[in-house]
Write a protein that binds this ligand. Structure first.
Ligand code: ADP
Ligand code: MG
Length: 401
């Protein structure tokens, strides 16, 4: 198991950011021929002071103390690569619609026109075509969520899609097109810089360490599910974030699959916790919001990823955690009668860790990534169908006090 944790602490407000990179025991067995999980942990703590204006600048996302929110579902279609030129079967229309052409009937323009019935149409909260940047996705779907977290809401942002569809690109991105994880952290740092008291910025903890200890999940009565034993290193600026995310990502176990030479066979979670004390004449309370940004493993079926042996088992395990996630999402989406619905969070480590982000007090954004190329037709349709189901989910959000 590999983990990255980033924490930013303010005099009266604490931002804690953690990136967990999960690897399955079986993958490590395969790599190292031993049953011990390898843990690499990176974390940062930064103590800052005075940030009232930063917090006040957040939009009034909460308004009422509770409300029902649907999962926000966005689709992001990556551009064709050089090798894929001329094999485009996906169209994004009006910022919301995704049209997938059947590759058998989309060889030329005339075929497309004559076989409109073979088109599959889907509509989402937002759809981003190949010309869109990660910043476009961030601005339209994520920035308001981050403001909500500062005000005591939980939130989860998933990148879901098959291998090679652009999940990691969307979450981490590049220097010229930084991803959602980097942009979220940039927002925080930018706001800090604007703060007049930013020279009180004080880094107090610095540690970067590789560890082979096996980290355990613990149920903390105050903080819910936590990962015990995370370590810290210091970070001075947002510029460092991309470098660190890339470092964490380079440590993720990757396996060659037929789909993508550097297919991620693990999930990566960047977790940001914001604690904020609200002191008035009448009350003194701590609000705590948590944002989880998740770069999931490829959603393709294990049997399609590779045949036989360890790789198949890894694929099966990875799909088991994705299945557990889908079951939780489905349970949350069911109309609730009396009391709370049973949500099977305990069925995988992934869902245990995401419990806060998915449960009652939560805003959830799914960014489903798709490839425009004809050879990915079935994966693209599977992703769009999954995303279409996710649209129906409603979560009950409440201020975390
Ligand atoms: P995944 O994480 O879903 O397996 P990646 O994020 O690794 O997929 O993307 C697969 C390939 O597509 C990479 O080479 C990546 O650089 C490229 N790619 C994905 N999205 C974009 C984009 N919006 N613009 C340019 N290249 C992209
Ligand atoms: Mg990836």
């Amino acid at each position: 198991m590999m983990m990255m944790m980033i924490g930013i602490r303010l005099r009266r407000h604490t931002f804690m950011v953690r990136q967990y990179v999960f690897q399955l025991q079986s993958i490590v067995n395969h790599l190292f021929g031993c049953s011990k999980l390898v843990n690499n942990i990176i974390s940062y703590h930064i103590y800052l002071s005075e940030i009232h204006r930063l917090l006040r600048s957040s939009p009034d996302l909460i308004g009422d103390s509770c409300a029902f929110k649907s999962i926000k579902v966005a689709i992001k279609c990556r551009p064709l690569t050089e090798r894929e030129q001329g094999r485009d079967i996906v169209r994004v229309k009006h910022d919301k619609e995704v049209v997938v052409l059947d590759p058998v009937f989309s060889k030329d323009y005339l075929d497309r026109i004559q076989n409109r019935t073979k088109e599959k149409n889907y509509c989402f909260d937002r759809a981003f075509g190949p010309g869109c940047t990660n910043l476009d996705v961030y601005t339209a779907c994520i920035s308001s969520v981050i403001s909500g977290v500062v005000q005591g809401l939980n939130a989860t942002v998933f990148a879901y899609g098959s291998t090679g569809s652009g999940k990691t690109y969307t979450m981490v991105g590049t220097k010229s097109d930084p991803g959602l994880m980097v942009l979220s952290l940039h927002t925080i740092f930018d706001l800090i810089k604007k703060d007049k008291n930013s020279d009180e910025f004080e880094v107090i903890y610095d540690l970067l360490e590789k560890s082979s200890a096996h980290l355990e999940l613990r149920e903390d009565p105050m903080h819910g599910i936590v990962v015990a034993g995370l370590r810290c290193i210091k970070v001075h600026s947002a510029d460092k974030i991309l470098e660190l995310l890339n470092l964490g990502n380079s440590r993720r176990k990757t396996e060659n699959t037929e789909a993508n030479g550097t297919s991620s066979r693990s999930h990566a979670v960047l977790e940001i916790t914001v604690k904020r004390r609200q002191k008035t004449e009448y009350c003194n309370q701590v609000m705590r919001g948590k944002l989880s940004l998740v770069d999931l493993a490829g959603s393709e079926r294990a049997s399609e990823a590779n045949s036989g042996g360890q790789k198949l088992r890894d694929g099966a395990n990875i799909n088991r955690s994705l299945l557990a996630l889908a079951n939780c999402i489905n349970a949350l989406g069911k109309p609730q009668k009396k009391g709370l619905a049973y949500v099977p969070y305990r069925n995988s480590k992934l869902t245990r860790i995401l419990k806060d982000g998915l449960s009652g007090n939560s805003q959830t954004v799914m960014v489903a990534t798709i490839s425009p190329v004809d050879s990915q037709y079935h994966h693209t349709l599977n992703t769009l169908k999954y995303a279409d189901r996710a649209k129906k989910i409603k979560t009950h959000i409440q201020k975390n006090i």
